[in-house]
Design a protein around this ligand. Structure first.
Ligand code: FAD
Length: 476
């Protein structure tokens, strides 16, 4: 047995590798997870289509609000101003939707998944910044046409005579700046933390832009009900953000008293961190989910990082397994037992629902972590395919083999280069040869983004319907 480098796991977990605790029955091998894991499917989850439909209906209501507040549009100036107003209203609605998507609302997190929400947020952000810019330009242009003056003179009038418009202009530039720094090319050049903290300026931008909507927005000036509902929308989302991003993690910290129990090396550059706590069953975490972990040491308390559970959650112990690729992940190997931890979550929709089909788990590199947790706890026939660049990069080999033996599952290690393996390991032919009846299975893929794209393409090529393919990216 490999021992932990620092600290040790509690007695009931220490006798053997804590996850899983296999127990054999005379008739059929059984796998006992630390506690039975409830399926969250159907509990407070929402469907992606349903959410998109609600967002779309909200956008139509916003256009109706503009229509109601705009009795007639005439002349070039009127059309330009009208277009500017409706785009501004849509931008004002859109920023609230974008913030709501990132408010860590449990039904969204569990039903849609954090990575998908982040993709929607990023895509929506591009539209919103475009709407904001178009809104500003069209309004100035429309007013200039109506006042028979130049663009610069109209812009100067608006900025000097309307303080709310000045604040909204500052907000617009802040949003534009955040949009530019979030563009793929720019984002690659800045540290994640820099990007993240600059991103928080969007909250300031939203606050700065709020008042100009009521002060000069034609749809609100004479419409008390519209002002009420618009304010209620902003207030509701603000309360949800504070609740789910601040209050809930603090409450969980007090209730569960998370603390590091020990750190264990798994393979070169990969360690597991065991985190103890009380009443962990109340978290209702599922294999495949992740938490955002904030380790309260002098150098790490200020940032939280997402790491998946690498074993089915226990009632008093959780495990994450981390590959060192940067400052934070590297520093985890130095954690001392007793270090207090804030854990925000569980998050993610990368969990297995009840299915009568067989399940294939397809892991690349450190993407094995959530699949390892699922491997020990999924009911029914399971096949695990684990792609690694070298033998020493394989994490959990002993555990995986033990679980496979206990439950009668198959594990395939695809190690080395294409030449070593004798072809593309992720080709439809190779996958079909490993898993007979592949197109009838639910497939869960986790790994680097390039590997995920290649795997999804190969699975589609092997005839697996899109709805049976589930994947999680470790990049937001
Ligand atoms: C849902 C999810 C689950 C994950 N599970 C695991 C896991 O089980 N094991 C594992 O080894 N890795 C996991 N990761 C990846 C892990 O979060 C990053 O490797 C880690 O945060 C890198 O931080 P760093 O400071 O060491 O490296 P850096 O060099 O600072 O960052 C490398 C990259 O990691 C990402 N990243 C950095 N900080 C954060 C952050 N605070 N929040 C989100 N992304 C960030 C960015 O894409 C960044 O470009 C997961 C990521 C996600 C999104």
């Amino acid at each position: 047995m490999t021992s932990l480098t620092r600290g040790s796991v509690p007695a009931q977990h220490a006798a053997a590798d804590p996850y899983p605790r296999p127990r054999r029955s005379p008739s059929r091998p059984q796998l006992v997870t630390p506690r039975s894991v409830p399926s969250q499917r159907g509990h407070g989850r929402v469907s992606p289509r349903g959410v998109l439909a609600v967002i779309g209906i909200g956008a139509l209501a916003v256009i109706a609000l503009w229509w109601h507040g705009t009795p007639a549009v005439s002349g070039l100036g009127g059309w330009l101003t009208g277009a500017g107003e409706v785009l501004g209203l849509l931008a004002g609605y859109g920023v609230v939707v974008l913030v709501a998507l990132m408010a860590r609302l449990p039904p969204l997190e569990r039903g849609i998944g954090t990575d998908q929400l982040a993709r929607w947020h990023a895509m929506g952000g591009r539209y919103i910044v475009s709407l904001v810019v178009a809104h500003g330009l069209l309004i100035v242009w429309g007013y200039a046409v109506e006042a028979h003056t130049s663009l610069t003179s109209e812009a100067a009038t608006l900025l000097t005579q309307y303080p709310d418009v000045l604040m909204a202009t500052v907000a617009g530039f802040l949003l534009l700046g955040v949009g530019i720094i979030s563009m793929r090319a720019a984002r690659r050049r800045v540290r994640y933390e820099t990007w993240y903290y600059l991103h928080l300026y969007t909250y300031l931008a939203i606050a700065l832009a709020f008042s100009h909507q009521f002060a000069v927005g034609a749809s609100f000036i004479n419409n008390l009900a519209a002002r009420f509902w618009w304010s209620a929308m902003y207030l509701t989302v603000a309360v949800l953000v504070l609740w789910y991003r601040v209050a809930v993690p603090l409450r969980a910290f007090a209730r569960h008293r998370f603390a590091v129990v020990g750190v264990k090396p798994e393979s070169p550059g990969v360690i597991s961190v065991y985190i103890g706590g009380s009443h962990l069953d109340e978290l209702a975490a599922e294999p495949g989910q992740f938490f955002r972990w904030r380790f309260l040491t002098r150098s790490m308390w200020w940032s939280s990082h997402p790491y998946s559970l690498s074993a089915a959650p226990g009632t008093d112990l959780l495990r994450i397994t981390v590959k060192d690729i940067g400052d934070h992940s590297r520093a985890l190997s130095q954690l001392r037992p007793g270090t207090r931890v804030m854990a925000e979550g569980p998050y993610g929709a990368f969990t297995a629902g009840r299915t009568s089909r067989g399940v294939v788990l397809l892991a690349g590199g450190v993407g094995i972590t959530p699949l390892r947790a699922m491997f020990s706890s999924l009911p029914g026939p399971v096949t695990l395919i684990y792609r690694a660049s070298s033998e020493q990069d394989i994490v959990f080999r002993d555990e995986l083999d033990a679980i496979a033996a206990a439950r009668g599952a198959k594990v395939y290690y695809l190690v080395g280069s294409r030449a070593d393996i004798g072809g593309d390991p992720l080709s439809p032919r190779m996958l079909r040869s490993l898993v007979p009846g592949l197109d009838q299975q639910e497939v869960y893929v986790c790994g680097p983004s390039g590997m995920i794209s290649a795997a999804v393409e190969a699975l589609r090529g092997a005839g697996v319907p899109r709805r049976q393919i589930h994947f999680e990216s470790f990049e937001f």
